[in-house]
Design a protein around this ligand. Structure first.
Ligand code: NCD
Length: 300
């Protein structure tokens, strides 16, 4: 990787992505062989928002590389609750660890944090901004299932507040991919992301209805409506429950569809889909470990 910090998927070139995914594939195939590659390395996790997959898979990744993790713990038990600024907290943590994983509710917080820390900083989600390490595991899964070139993907749900969507859409511009964005009008991609896609010559279409497009897709990437980011609960209620994929729809329109989801899901992917061969969201979550091992191996 050319960049010491991993802040946005916009910084990834095709070569960067392929290097991480290739190394991740090696790790996935030989997890036991690499157990002491980074003995003594310490990774700090600072999560100012809830997380299960991202935090635990980073922990698993550094431990499988022979290193260890130190965790800030819940925000309410940290010095943040005494009024410490994010900048001060991170300047302290960087003295304890070889790299920092940060998740914070404020968009732009990870970029801001790079002003203060010299160890590699990995953005594990900055509000509705970016989630670049999730994108790498999404790409790894897509590459394993159907390949990244000559791909037709639907990205559905909360395109406005969904940071995994913003990062994935940007990273896919490195490949020969047609992207169909499916959402209610009020949750369309932010203008800034649409501008970047346009600027990069991405093949993009937008839709409100999803059933009509299912038969054209290789992959459908479904996302949760990001309730916690809505300024007003009524606005959330107006759009919640509108996009619910079920097993019958897949069997009727496209039996070969690969269904992905960054998880957690609420009601947008019916549990009946889990038993279909194309349901790959749990594998996708598991791929977080080898992909984050690859990333840490290259940064540390
Ligand atoms: C996502 C996130 O935090 O943005 N979760 C994850 O990291 N797998 C998606 C979400 O919360 O909906």
């Amino acid at each position: 990787m050319r960049h010491e910090h991993v802040i946005s998927a916009k910084q990834f070139t095709r070569a960067d992505i392929e290097a991480v995914l290739d190394r991740a594939a090696d790790f996935a195939a030989n997890q036991q062989d690499v157990a002491d590659a980074h003995e003594g390395a310490l990774l700090a996790t600072a999560f100012f928002e809830p997380s299960t997959r991202t935090k635990m898979s980073f922990e698993a990744a550094i431990k499988r590389l022979g290193g260890d993790v130190i965790d800030m713990g819940p925000v309410e038990f940290s010095s943040v609750s005494k009024g410490e600024t994010l900048a001060d907290t991170l300047r302290v943590i960087e003295g304890y660890a070889d790299a920092i994983v940060l998740r914070h509710p404020m968009e732009g917080s990870a970029t801001m944090a790079t002003e203060y820390v010299d160890v590699p900083l990995l953005n594990a989600g900055d509000g509705a901004g970016q989630h670049p390490t999730q994108t790498l595991l999404d790409l790894f899964t897509i590459r394993e299932e159907v390949g990244l070139d000559d791909l037709t993907i639907g990205i559905m749900g909360d395109l406005k507040y969904g940071r995994t969507v913003h990062s994935l859409a940007q990273a896919l511009t490195n490949f020969d991919t047609a992207q169909h964005f499916i959402s209610p009008e009020s949750l369309r991609l932010p203008r800034s992301v649409r501008y970047d896609l346009h600027d990069q010559g991405a093949k993009v279409r937008e839709h409100e209805d999803f059933e009509a497009i299912l038969s054209e897709l290789d992959v459908l990437y479904v996302t949760r409506i990001q309730r916690e980011r809505f300024p007003d609960e009524d606005e959330y209620k107006a759009v919640s429950g509108q996009y619910q994929l079920d097993k019958e729809m897949i069997l009727e329109h496209n039996e070969d569809l690969t269904v992905l989801h960054p998880l957690p899901r609420v009601d947008e992917v019916a549990p009946g889909i889990d038993s279909l061969p194309g349901a790959k969201y749990f594998e996708q979550a598991h791929n977080g470990v080898p992909v984050r091992m690859a990333l840490l191996d290259m940064l540390l």
